[in-house]
Design a protein around this ligand. Structure first.
Ligand code: TXA
Ligand code: MG
Length: 357
């Protein structure tokens, strides 16, 4: 397959702006993950995003804008708190949900009266936004429910020639999708945790963020149960549980296993793939998706992921891991039926007939 990856130099950025004006799709680097971009004011272009990802049309997209001055082109009744957060965190990994401007096509917002907006902190994305001169609607550039791309090559793997150009701006520095804060209602809500901590936001807002326990899927599909998932069965377990799995039976001799962990005393040669993760959050986040992707490509029967600390700072990472995995089951006897259960837990339309059948 011909690669449509282009190093993001000035010429390529100008070319990308032209493609966007023609209603085409351009994958763009941001500091969080790569986005699949289209002209947010062009409904036909926006529909192409949904088709390329295989994403249901009622799942709203994030619109990327060049600066906070552009907010009024996209939103109405903008509260003072939005400007305060924008002042403090933009450009950066924070998405604000506001009441939508009547000119915003319904295709972008999945039929909702609100819109998600962010100014990305990446020189290529910012230069492209200036050159293009409009808003760029861009969800993560992966197939629906799958692992988000943090390198240009991941986008090519996910979407191939469904995207007209992939601007290569290197590996994403944050590695986790933006935090989403909803300011369109009475109380500010945290819809998706990210690198910025809840406390940092509350410090600016001078009020607590609501964390809705169950909100309509449609509001923020990233909150659905399965997302960001490898196609290989993936289990989240504590260090003690990892040891149980390894010591309890002969499972590891019959099945190929890979592990993503902080490393410990358990004999690591039992694993076909052994990835030791950094213990610092930012470094962990930066590597997480590319390492999960690597494990997913290794022809394994099972991926084991060690649960990071369950503290406020790790909330964003734990959120993604919970959605990408099945929890360790105390009755896990290494039975293959369990693994089959895990398969069903994964996004069925993507997995199709997985290797466990
Ligand atoms: O870091 C990011 O946010 C990346 C980069 C490319 O900017 N984008 C990203 O987009 O993660 P996506 O589509 O994969 O996730 C967007 C999330 C979804 O969970 C969606 O439901 C939520 O934003 N969202 C979009 N519009 C919304 C709205 N009006 N109300 C509530 N949630 C919304
Ligand atoms: Mg996504």
């Amino acid at each position: 397959m011909k690669s449509n990856i282009q190093p993001a130099n000035q010429d390529a950025i100008q070319q990308a702006a032209k493609l966007l004006r023609q209603g085409k799709l351009v994958a763009i680097p941001t500091e969080t993950v790569y986005g699949l971009g289209a002209d947010a004011k062009n409904p036909e272009a926006v529909k192409r995003i949904f088709a390329a990802k295989g994403r249901p049309a009622d799942h709203p997209l994030i619109v990327h804008i060049p600066d906070k001055a552009a907010l009024t082109d996209w939103a109405v009744d903008i509260p003072e708190t939005a400007y305060k957060l924008a002042e403090r965190f933009w450009p950066g990994p924070l998405t604000l949900v506001l009441k939508k401007h009547p000119d915003v096509p319904m295709e972008v917002t999945g039929g909702q009266e609100t819109i998600a907006l962010r100014v990305p902190n990446h020189p290529v994305a910012l230069t492209l936004l200036q050159a293009f001169g409009g808003g760029i609607a861009a969800p993560s550039a992966n197939r629906y429910c799958r692992i988000s791309p943090t390198q240009a090559s991941h986008v090519a793997e996910e979407l191939g020639d469904k995207v007209d150009m992939i601007l290569d701006g290197g590996a994403c520095k944050v590695g986790l999708e933006s935090m989403i804060v909803n300011l369109s209602g009475d109380k500010p809500q945290l819809l998706r945790p990210g690198q910025i901590s809840r406390l940092q936001i509350e410090d600016v807002l001078k009020t607590e963020l609501d964390i809705p326990l169950s909100i309509e899927r449609i509001l923020a599909p990233g909150m659905q149960e399965v997302h960001y998932a490898p196609t290989t069965a993936t289990v989240l377990c504590t260090q003690a549980e990892l040891e149980v799995i390894l010591q309890g039976n002969a499972f590891q001799h019959q099945h190929k296993m890979g592990v993503l962990w902080f490393g410990n005393a358990v004999a690591s040669e039992m694993f076909e793939q052994n990835i030791v993760m950094p213990e610092t959050i930012n470094e962990y986040a930066q590597l997480l998706y590319s390492k999960l992707r690597k494990l997913d490509h290794a022809g394994l029967d099972l991926i084991l992921v060690e649960q990071p600390p369950q503290t406020e700072e790790w909330r964003g990472i734990n959120d993604r891991l919970t959605k990408a995995t099945k929890p360790f089951d105390a009755d896990f006897k290494g039975s293959f039926f369990e693994v089959n259960d895990i398969k069903h837990h994964c996004c069925p339309e993507i997995i199709g007939i997985a290797r466990f059948n």
